[in-house]
Design a protein around this ligand. Sequence first.
Ligand code: RM4
Ligand code: MN
Ligand code: MN
Length: 424
Amino acid sequence: MQIEKYKLDEHNHSQLKDHQRKFDFISADIKDTEGILKKLIDFQVAIPSWALGTGGTRFGRFSGGGEPGNLEEKIEDIGLIHSLNKSSGAISLHIPWDIPKNASHIKALAAQHQLKFDAMNSNTFQDQPGQPWSYKFGSMQHVDKAVRKQAVDHNIEVIKYGIELGSGSLTVWLSDGSCFPGQMNFRKAFQNTLESLQAVYAALPEQWKMFVEYKAFEPNFYSTTVGDWGQSLLYTSKLGSKAYTLVDLGHHLPNANIEQIVALLLMEGKLGGFHFNDSKYGDDDLTVGSIKPYQLFLIFNELVEGMDAKGMNHANDLGWMIDASHNVKDPLEDLLQSVEAIMITYAQALLVDRKKLVEAQLVNDTVTSQEILQQAFRTDVRPLVAEARLRSGGALQPLALFRSEKVRENLIKERGKKTVATGL
Ligand code: RM4
Ligand code: MN
Ligand code: MN
């Protein structure tokens, strides 16, 4: 389903007066409104193909229906989100869940929806039917070379699919680790994993990047072989200049200072990409900004400061992706909310008065430092984000339009109550 242009125009027209009043009000207080709008317009967040169906917990899954049943329908869903918010112009695929059987057709369909292919994701955390070796005791870390080779070959196959589609990066997330003390030798597991990653790295095309994603726990609960940013950085440093660490917001131990991690990885030139989500406890994969919006702001504050310090391009130099999916919301509404939260937080971080903050830091004025950050965080930047959307041809209120156009009801009519098998 697609939303017709005239419906979008009607929607924008009906909201325009109200929007203009709010936008004029906030712009009066901002130094460089046009510069900020340009950055907001350029910023794109990739949608993962596995977030389009209702996610489950380990106990059950309650689908709302109308979910995409194949890659074409997933692309259509992301195209729909992008037509509403103009900030979701990329898709992140997962192999083998989304094997493109006909790459040129898939590429053409994506282009029709103005979508690019962001990082490709491999999967060695599940056994696939007919696969000779099991990943029950790990993949790249495995004591058996044949299992490691199978994991390496799979990743190389994922790169090949990515080349066909025009992607430029591979994300490796491993569930490798151990559940019980003594189960494995940490050093050997690290070395095996490094060797396996090196074999994959050797197959990367010239311009490609490889992201090594870390996660502190689950499904292994005693140790994880890429458990934190230190371990990921060890791998990526040893691998070489095309390897980067990927930060998934849900993959830390409670109360971790993620903004500091981000700042240091950026300083080292080793931050590659981001998986946005939110969580109360662990890897909850909740809607971005729904639980800890101030933490997200502090992270974006470091991202903007760190990227500017290095003269980086905000939109293109890092991989921005959502990694969230859960049980109770319409997945498309959830994604609209997540992207909105990211754009709002990015806009707030752009508002931070950097010059004043540096001055306050140099005289140890902690009170003023806090005031400067919170001044930006407490600014209602929603009219700025809406203006950026309007200028790029999106909707002033994407969620409202999604509901008034009865998108989900239409998708259910089109596709039925069937559910998608994401494997999650
Ligand atoms: C993992 C991790 C990966 C994602 C899988 C599905 O927890 O976050 O990024 O590919 O889930
Ligand atoms: Mn992730
Ligand atoms: Mn995760």
